[in-house]
Write a new protein. Sequence first.
Length: 96
Amino acid sequence: MNFIITLIAGLSWAGISMSAFFLWRIARFYETSSGEKAHAWLFVLPMLLLPAGASAYLISEPMFVGFPLGDILMFIGGLVLLLASAILQQVMMGER
């Protein structure tokens, strides 16, 4: 049963990392095509921190609760991803 939980958790976090990768590529494309600064480099940090946090859980125990190192990595990665997404949305949509 632990193998199935580990497999599902790994696939889920791989999907989240791919979403962050696609957001990074969108930001890079927007920067090159429009000439505006979209801060695409901010998406690189969550692409590293979120899988690192998930890996910390997968190595220690497959349950996603109560492992401080994994919690901190995922919290910071999620916070930076939220910030980067908000900045990208503001840059692409313009001033309102």
